[in-house]
Ligand binder design. Structure first.
Ligand SMILES: Cc1ncc(C[n+]2csc(CCOP(=O)(O)OP(=O)(O)O)c2C)c(N)n1
Ligand SMILES: [Mg+2]
Length: 581
């Protein structure tokens, strides 16, 4: 029997499992792990500037590769900083192992320096969270964590006290971890037959697709073709079902298309495929609803069901399709497709260049970027208005990826996600669409991009405000307050830090500067894009309350002496958008 340090066991198991990187910030209780890493030499420590970025980066890498990734934070505040990113991983359903190092086991409960209780803190954002209090628990507890993360596509946390990390365990040969494969989840035959009956009774059928449609593009399109059914997607379904799909009628929800909303409102049978879309007002009131999901707790969570089926979308449709007959009534699909084409054309016609001296319309900018970016580019986008422009103006094709903080909705995710995305795919264009609020929230990470030599292209939409929130406030009848920024030119700021910086001020230079950015691969580029702050993006269903809210805002703004702003707003987009609804 030979003796091994616990931190060596940890790193050897991870290296043997093919882990290439650990994202994090080292320090105190994590020093022993760091030392094991250095001596082992097989895993790169991706040293970032904020632990939150470590978790986001690990999440993006896992999302792209489907494989287990790892992040780490030191005791107390160090691992606390991981939490927001881990919530994002948990909600994006990606396999991530977090190493939360901890104060010495001998001091727990004594109000020691940096004391927290990570087993409690991480519980809500993980499927597994256990303390290593005795060297004999290793490596089995690590295997459990890794299996839980991979099998549940979720976050697993190992809480490792600094004094336990340096203890030794007697071990001959380290066992190898074999990554479990995800199972196929095939519904019972009786479930499929019942589904066939409901479908046969439906006249106007709509498919509503989410992230569970990953890898099921062909089956979804085949089902739509058989049923002549419009395909609506939730945002997380966009990259799986929008392209090469003659039945696509766009997205629903607050940022969606009128056609997507109508296809759901007017159907008599809604088939939900791998979506847990949370906004109830966008579900139909009287339709029969069939929901297919691998997650049993998603069934019926948003809308009463006629039938709930546990199954993966791909496997369920594979079983279902042979039982269905081809329909030839195209009235419903044709009507919705017509509305879709109109909405799409209208959106594109508003994405126009402005004369020099007038701030760039963000949708014009994103339209051009969409045209010029590579076929297999990876886009990350910040929560804020970049979400809207990505949803509406970045086209998917089965090769591109769009990575966001979908269900968690955290600001500043784009540049942090981009770190992991570029590491996972070193030869692909990684493009971060960042808000100025989001970018400055985690601005230190531009230094990580430089240090790690990651050629990420960070487009910062400089609108000098928290634009999404300003819009939200106006739509609810509030005057926008505390939403403004005093900003530098972020391109120049980057240059001062030795990073390539570009500034785009006029529409006429957009193409040339996007090309310059995309052709630069020697390191990161930070691009300051001066965009219009008054761009309005209204949901397809303007609730009475919102319409009322907006007129209330107009009255308040006039009383408050902000008439110039109103003129600006009318001049830019509100009037144009009105015609869309
Ligand atoms: C961490 C975090 N804080 C606050 C919010 C609420 N929020 C959502 S969008 C947004 C504004 C984003 O502003 P910016 O990054 O400048 O993008 P813009 O909307 O201006 O394009 C805020 C404050 C959030 N989602 N996440
Ligand atoms: Mg902004």
């Amino acid at each position: 029997m030979s003796k091994k340090r616990i931190s060596d066991v940890l790193i050897e198991v991870l290296a043997d499992a093919g882990i290439e990187r650990i994202y994090g910030i080292t320090g105190d209780s994590l020093n022993s792990v760091n030392d094991s890493l250095r001596r082992n030499g097989k895993i790169q420590f991706e040293h970032v500037r904020h632990e939150e970025s470590a978790a986001f980066a690990a999440g993006a890498e896992a999302l792209l590769t489907g494989k287990l990734t790892v992040c780490a934070g030191s005791s107390g505040p160090g691992n606390l900083h991981l939490i927001n990113g881990l919530f994002d991983c948990h909600r994006n359903r990606v396999p991530v192992l977090a190493i939360a190092s901890h104060i010495p086991q001998s001091e727990v409960g004594l109000n020691y320096f940096q004391e927290t209780h990570p087993e409690n803190l991480f519980k809500e954002c993980s499927c597994f969270c256990e303390l290593v209090s005795n060297p004999k628990q290793m490596p089995e507890i690590l295997f459990r964590a890794m299996n839980a993360a991979v099998g549940n596509r979720d976050v697993a946390v190992i809480v490792l006290p600094g004094d336990v990390a340096v203890m030794e365990t007697e071990i001959d040969e380290l066992p190898t971890w074999h990554a479990p494969k995800l199972p196929r989840v095939i519904p019972q035959t009786e479930d499929i037959l019942e589904m066939v009956q409901h479908i046969n009774n439906g006249k106007r059928i709509t498919l509503f697709c989410g992230a569970g449609c990953a890898g099921a593009h062909d089956e979804v399109v085949e089902l739509a073709a058989k049923l002549q059914a419009p395909v609506v997607h939730a945002f997380r379904g966009k990259e799986w079902v929008e392209w090469d799909n003659p039945y696509d009628v766009g997205m629903t929800g607050l940022l969606g298309y009128t056609s997507g909303y109508r296809a759901i409102e007017q159907c008599d049978t809604l088939i939900m495929l791998g979506t847990d879309f949370p906004y109830r007002p966008f579900y139909p009131e009287n339709a029969k609803v069939i929901q297919v999901d691998i997650n049993p707790s998603a069934l019926g969570a948003r809308v009463p069901l006629t039938q709930g089926i546990i199954g993966s979308v791909k496997d369920t449709l594979h079983e279902l399709l042979p039982h269905l007959t081809q329909r030839d009534d195209t009235e419903f699909i044709n009507t919705v497709r017509k509305a879709y084409t109109k909405f799409r054309n209208d959106l594109d016609s508003y994405a126009v260049a402005e004369p020099d001296g007038v701030a760039i319309h963000p949708q014009y900018f994103v339209n051009r970027l969409n045209k010029l970016a590579a076929d297999d580019a990876i886009f990350t986008f910040d929560v804020g208005t970049p979400v809207i422009w990505t949803a509406r103006h970045i086209k998917t094709n089965g090769k591109r990826r769009i990575i966001g903080s979908y269900n968690h909705g955290s600001m500043a995710n784009a540049m942090m996600h981009a770190i992991g995305a570029q590491n996972a795919c070193p030869n692909r264009q990684v493009i971060s669409l960042s808000g100025d609020g989001g970018f400055t929230m985690m601005m230190g990470e531009m230094l990580s991009l430089k240090q790690l030599n990651l050629p990420v292209k960070v487009f910062v939409f400089n609108n000098e405000e928290l634009s999404f929130i300003a819009m939200e406030m106006k739509a609810s009848g509030y005057l926008d307050y505390a939403t403004d920024f005093v900003n530098p030119d972020f391109g120049k700021l980057a240059e001062a830090a030795g990073i390539k910086g570009i500034s785009i001020t006029n529409s006429s230079e957009v193409d040339e500067k996007i090309k310059e950015t995309l052709n630069y691969n020697e390191g990161p580029v930070i691009i300051n894009v001066r965009v219009d702050k008054q761009e309005l993006a209204m949901p397809p269903k303007i609730a009475y309350q919102q319409a009322k809210g907006f007129s209330k805002y107009l009255i308040n703004a006039i009383l408050d002496g902000r008439g110039t702003e109103l003129k600006e707003m009318a001049k830019t987009n509100w009037m144009k958008y009105k015609s869309l609804y």
